[in-house]
Write a protein that binds this ligand. Sequence first.
Ligand code: HEM
Length: 301
Amino acid sequence: MGVMSYSPQPAILDFGTSQHTYLEFDLISEDKTAAIDHLLTLVATSVSTKTGAVIAVGVRPELWAEIGEEAIPGLEGFNDDLLGEKGFVMPATQHDIALWIHGAQRDSVFDLSRKMIRELAAVFTLAESTDGWVYQHNRDLTGFVDGTENPSPLEAPAIIAAATGGSVLLLQRWKHEADKWESLDVERQEAVIGRTKDTDKELENLPENSHVARTDQEDFGDMLRRNTAYGDAANHGTMFVGVAAERSIMHTMLESMAGITHGIRDALTFFSHPETGSYYYLPPAERLQQALEAADTEDDE
Ligand code: HEM
């Protein structure tokens, strides 16, 4: 086996944290190159064992390519609404950069998030902010175990690495229609997901409109999901956080869920709907390391 010449940003594979914040920003500065330099330096110098929180940075693919950084060829943002069966819409709400900050405690994540917003304010303006949290160890707010068919952290780096380095992030906030969902008995909920609720086993007679049948990784390719619960007792849902080597792995899953591919809409989409949707390029850790070295050199001068 060859030695990988690049590795994912540490925060992507830092498991076991319970408090997450997702920030999306729009560029307000004219000088795109300087803005991204500032961002990478800020993030690189904030990756620390001392803050109690980790941070990953993503950039809108077209912006990354435009400033001449090494990009995944042809990678695009979430630029058009995805129109599905029976009026179902996955809205495109693309922004310029995303920060995913997480840690064991709310205060560390809060402080690091505030610092980022403040220190980016001259060049990026905050457009979306969502707080995520862990529900019952590994379940989403449908009550089902979420993440079962994920690769192990040992396999994940190779699975999520694009051929040219880096990875693709899909951020999509799904609001649950909780009353409607909770009015289903457990058997009907299991038919929607395609797995058993308590014991988390794939159903033997998997309904073709079940979520698991619509997103089967054997059909679309493997990916890493790091979803969290978001919201309060009244308004809540799933912050979908997907990482893959190619955008098409996740986008064909979305098309399949929306009923575009086979005319079979994912049953889950009748109980939850996306409010946001954006793709970001996640540069490899080596690119942040480069920014850190550049910052250290400047300090020495
Ligand atoms: C409301 C939003 C969503 C919820 C609550 C949700 C929940 C779940 C649950 C409970 C499972 C079964 C356990 C597991 O393997 O993790 C699952 C599987 C999966 N989901 Fe989702 N999901 C959501 C959205 C999405 C989206 C938007 C995608 C793709 C872009 C996706 C991709 C997958 C994949 C790839 C699997 C594993 C399928 C397999 O067995 O290979 N999910 N999801």
